[in-house]
Design a protein around this ligand. Structure first.
Ligand code: ZN
Length: 118
């Protein structure tokens, strides 16, 4: 029996259709749905419709690695960026240390001191 409806679109095609590829020294923007924190998101095909993070798919498709339980971190700190030269793998600890190093996060003791100063 013939299948009805439009031909299923693969996850890779769904991903590349929303990716704005630029030069390697620029961030590659995401023209699709985003999480509350600004990360690109793409829905996988039926029947699972699994929600994937675009930057993790970029690591898989462009770097040829499956991040598994590792985080995919951004050198550029641009959550939607999918430029593979801006991505690297790390643990959750690496992610926190990276955030501290870039001044995106303050140590709990510093946060408490700031609160008390108000
Ligand atoms: Zn970037």
């Amino acid at each position: 029996m013939a299948r009805c409806g439009p031909k299923p679109v693969s996850l890779r095609t769904r991903f590349t259709n929303k990716l704005i590829v630029r030069r390697l020294d620029e961030c590659w923007a995401w023209d699709g749905a985003k999480s509350d924190h600004g990360y690109g998101q793409v829905r996988g095909p039926a029947p699972e419709y699994i929600l994937h993070y675009a930057h993790r798919l970029a690591a898989r498709y462009f770097l040829g690695v499956n991040p598994g339980k590792l985080d995919v971190l951004h050198h550029c700190d641009n959550p939607e960026c999918c430029n593979p030269t801006h991505l690297f793998l790390g643990t959750a600890r690496d992610n926190i240390l990276d955030a501290y190093a870039k001044g995106r996060m303050v140590a709990p003791a510093v946060a408490r001191a700031r609160k008390e100063a108000v």
